[in-house]
Design a protein around this ligand. Sequence first.
Ligand SMILES: Cc1cc2nc3c(=O)[nH]c(=O)nc-3n(C[C@H](O)[C@H](O)[C@H](O)COP(=O)(O)OP(=O)(O)OC[C@H]3O[C@@H](n4cnc5c(N)ncnc54)[C@H](O)[C@@H]3O)c2cc1C
Length: 364
Amino acid sequence: MSVIVLGGGLMGSATAFFLARRGIATTLIDSGRIGAGATVASFGNIRRSGRYLPQLPLAHRSLALWNRAEALLGRDVEFRATGHLRLIFDAQGLALMRRFAQDAHPWGLDLQELAPAEIRRRFPGLGPEAIAASFSPRDGSANPRLVAPAFAEAAARAGARLVEEAQIRAIRAGFTVETARERFHAERLVNCTGHRGAAIAAQFGEPVPIEVRGPQMGVTEPLPHRILPVVGVWSAEHGAYLRQVERGNVVFGGAVERVRVGADGRAHADPARLPAQLRAVVRLAPALRRVAVIRQWSGAEGYVGDGLPVIGASATTPGLFHAFGFCGHGFQLGPGVGDAMAELIATGRCETPLEDFRITRFAA
Ligand SMILES: Cc1cc2nc3c(=O)[nH]c(=O)nc-3n(C[C@H](O)[C@H](O)[C@H](O)COP(=O)(O)OP(=O)(O)OC[C@H]3O[C@@H](n4cnc5c(N)ncnc54)[C@H](O)[C@@H]3O)c2cc1C
């Protein structure tokens, strides 16, 4: 069997890696640089709390692979199971967390509930006004700059061919991908083109409603390393979140509307939103009040109409598969999606349920 994986973000590079490991002839083609789309812009949070419940089996599969990432890829992608602390500032947040914790338990996710004294004892300096928190000890983060290139390089070592900066001229069923320099053929095609995935699906008669937006991120100057877990908020609104990398910089995001994306497909951070974002971030860690922000950025990301990604086989075109539209929470899922796609393509089935993410849910 031969496969072309279109798009070398985390989804495409992980899919190429797991296909190549199965001995399948794989070509990974990106119209830009591998890992330079939404993946590199990511906050890097590897969290399972707050997810759509039927997505948890895939998230568990992915977490197991994150834990083995260094051994699988031959490189440290800075996955650290530091735990994920989500602070709660009001009764509504507390109800939200308790309901999710109860519902997620049968799906295999155990969240610890922390009282204020326990937050202060275990995480001094974090959320002094919090009335409670959840803690998920096995979640954490990884480095968004390293992970897609690491999967792609490991895929190449397993026999995959990598093609970057390909000017795509045409994609035809069968399958042929024609670029400015070369024409590629394969029996299977995997559409992992991020927010561009809906346009390719539409070309094959499978429309998917997608809105392209950019979460706004920032990073502080390096500081002494004090914050171990990833920190977020339980809130009905779009809460702030932060984490401190081992070099000391604090990366943060959330709390403000996602920016619009221009016709060039690029998302630019809006400096006017920074003060509101910082006010929310300082509530999580008041010691950040006087630190300098050294950079802001954003990244274009596809939000599907129902907030869920599209994963699975095409319903119109045998041999075509989709994995796109990860709606702001795809970083955690990446390794699991790659492994699940490789299983589906190689065997025609997948042990992890993907039914809820089928593309035909938009057919009506
Ligand atoms: C700012 C930001 C913060 C985020 N934070 C988190 C987080 O903390 N936790 C979390 O779980 N998720 C997070 N996400 C979401 C996560 O990063 C994405 O869901 C994930 O990286 C998507 O990976 P992807 O491979 O689908 O897309 P991308 O990384 O966008 O890759 C798609 C690739 O396809 C290529 N491409 C496009 N069109 C074509 C074509 N026609 N032919 C060939 N190649 C093509 C592009 O060049 C690109 O390299 C965040 C996203 C953003 C933008």
